[in-house]
Design a protein around this ligand. Structure first.
Ligand SMILES: NC(=O)c1ccc[n+]([C@@H]2O[C@H](COP(=O)([O-])OP(=O)(O)OC[C@H]3O[C@@H](n4cnc5c(N)ncnc54)[C@H](O)[C@@H]3O)[C@@H](O)[C@H]2O)c1
Ligand SMILES: O=P(O)(O)OC[C@H](O)CO
Length: 361
C-alpha cells in the first residue's frame, strides 16, 4: 500500500472541515468536500476560498466542493465527518447509500447526542456497522491550522489501519498526528473541554486574573477525570493533547467559539444573544446541559458544570455563581493521590471534635 491516499472526502463545509480538506490536498490527495449550500460550493470551486467560514485563507485547488453526496463519496478511502453534533446523524444517514465497508470513517466533531448520550463515532458505528472507525481531537483551532501554525492532534481508534491512514492523510510539516487506541477517552475529552471554555471566557469578561484561570482549568481537568472514571473511561488520556492540551487552548483563546460565547455571557448578554452574535456552533452550550444532567443521574460531583448550567439555563448571575463556587466544599487536589472521600471524612471528624482520628486519615 502506498503512503499517500488518493481520494479523501470531507463532509461539512465549516472552518475545521475546510482546514482539514486543504491539508489532505496539500498531501497529494484529490479531496471532495460536501456542503449543503450549492452557491458556497460553487464559490469555493471558483475562488478556492471559503468566504463563509475561513474567508482569509486560500484552499488548495485540489479540494473540490459539491452538494452531491454521491460525487463526494465515490472512491474515497477516508471520509472525515465535520458536521455539528445536532446534525451529525442526519448527515451520516444521507451519506449511507454511498458508503462502503472498506472506507475509513472519522469524526472530527466534539459534541454529544442527547438521546443515549452518544459520542459521534458511536453514531458512525451504529449507522454503518463498519469496522474502520475513528476520531480526531486535540488543540486544533481551525484558523491557526489554516495559517499553518505548528499544530498537533490525536487520531484515536482501536483499528490500526484507521490510525495509520489518518496519519498519512493529514500529517505534514505543520500538522502532527499522534495515535491513541482510547477512542472513547479522546472523544469525551474533546466534548467536555467545551464546557470549561465557556466558563473561562466568562471569567475573563468578569475581569478575573490568571490565578483564577489556572484554578479553573485545573479543577476542570479534575472534574473531567472524575466523569471519565464514572463512565469507565481511562482518565490518563486526559493528560494528553485531547485532554489537557485542548482544555488549555480553548480556555485561553478568543478564537474558540465556546470561549467567545462565555465571554459574551460574562459581558451580560443573554444566552440567545451570545449564540446569535457568534453565528456558528458552540457545542459546549448543549454539552453543559447533557453532562450536568448525566452527572446528577450518576451521582458524579461536578460543581463547575453544575454552576455553569445554572448561569446558562437558570438565570443565576455569573459573578454570583463564582462566589458560590468559592464557598463550596474544599476538596482533594488530585483525587488519584488523596481520595475526595478521605478529605470529607477528615472534615467530619474534626467537626465532631475527633482530631486524633482526623490526623490518622
Ligand atoms: N472550528 C474549529 O476550530 C474546530 C476544531 C476542532 C474540532 N471542531 C469540531 O468540528 C465540528 C465541525 O466544526 P467546523 O468548525 O468545521 O464547523 P462549523 O461550525 O464552522 O460549521 C459546520 C458546518 O456544518 C454545516 N451544517 C450544519 N448543520 C447542517 C446540516 N443539518 N446539514 C448539513 N450541514 C450542516 C454548516 O453549514 C457548516 O458547513 C464541530 O462540531 C467542532 O466541535 C471544530
Ligand atoms: O471553537 P471551538 O470552541 O469549537 O473550539 C475549537 C476546537 O475544538 C479547539 O480545539
Amino acid at each position: 500500500m502506498s503512503d499517500q491516499l488518493k481520494r479523501v472526502a470531507v463532509l461539512g463545509g465549516g472552518s475545521f472541515g475546510t482546514a482539514l480538506a486543504s491539508i489532505a490536498a496539500d498531501n497529494g490527495a484529490e479531496v471532495r468536500q460536501w456542503l449543503r449550500d450549492p452557491a458556497l460550493a460553487a464559490q469555493i470551486n471558483r475562488e478556492h476560498r471559503n468566504v463563509r467560514y475561513l474567508p482569509d485563507y486560500a484552499i488548495n485547488p485540489n479540494v473540490r466542493a459539491s452538494n452531491d453526496m454521491a460525487e463526494v463519496l465515490a472512491g474515497a478511502e477516508l471520509v472525515l465527518v465535520a458536521i455539528p453534533s445536532q446534525a451529525f446523524r442526519d448527515v451520516v444517514r444521507q451519506a449511507l447509500p454511498w458508503l462502503e465497508p472498506e472506507q475509513i470513517l472519522v469524526s472530527t466533531t466534539k459534541g454529544i447526542q442527547e438521546d443515549g448520550f452518544k459520542l459521534m463515532s458511536q453514531i458512525l458505528e451504529e449507522e454503518t456497522g463498519f469496522s474502520h472507525i475513528g476520531v480526531i481531537s486535540g488543540p486544533n483551532l481551525a484558523t491557526e491550522i489554516a495559517q499553518k501554525q505548528l499544530t498537533a492532534t490525536v487520531v484515536a481508534s482501536d483499528d490500526a489501519l484507521t490510525r495509520t491512514r489518518v496519519q498519512q492523510a493529514l500529517g505534514c510539516d505543520y500538522f502532527r498526528v499522534y495515535a491513541s487506541n482510547d477512542r472513547y477517552g479522546v472523544e469525551l475529552g474533546g466534548s467536555l473541554k467545551n464546557i470549561y471554555a465557556i466558563a473561562a471566557g466568562m471569567a475573563a469578561a468578569l475581569g478575573m486574573g490568571e490565578n483564577t484561570r489556572s484554578m479553573l482549568m485545573t479543577r476542570a481537568l479534575a472534574e473531567m477525570g472524575r466523569f471519565a472514571v464514572a463512565r469507565g473511561a481511562n482518565p490518563m488520556t486526559f493528560l494528553g493533547l485531547a485532554g489537557v492540551g485542548d482544555l488549555i487552548v480553548t480556555c485561553s483563546s478568543s478564537l474558540s467559539r465556546n470561549y467567545r460565547v462565555g465571554h459574551a455571557l460574562g459581558e451580560g448578554k443573554t444566552l440567545d444573544a451570545a449564540v446569535e452574535a457568534l453565528g456558528q456552533v458552540a457545542e459546549g452550550v448543549n454539552t453543559v446541559r447533557l453532562v450536568r444532567n448525566k452527572a446528577r443521574e450518576e451521582g458524579v460531583y461536578m460543581p463547575l458544570a453544575e454552576g455553569l448550567y445554572q448561569v446558562l439555563f437558570e438565570g443565576v448571575p455569573a459573578r454570583e455563581m463564582a462566589r458560590l463556587l468559592m464557598r463550596g466544599e474544599q476538596s482533594s487536589d488530585v483525587e488519584f493521590i488523596l481520595p475526595r472521600e478521605d478529605v470529607q471524612k477528615a472534615h467530619r471528624r474534626v467537626e465532631a471534635g475527633d482530631e486524633g482520628e482526623a490526623r490518622d486519615e
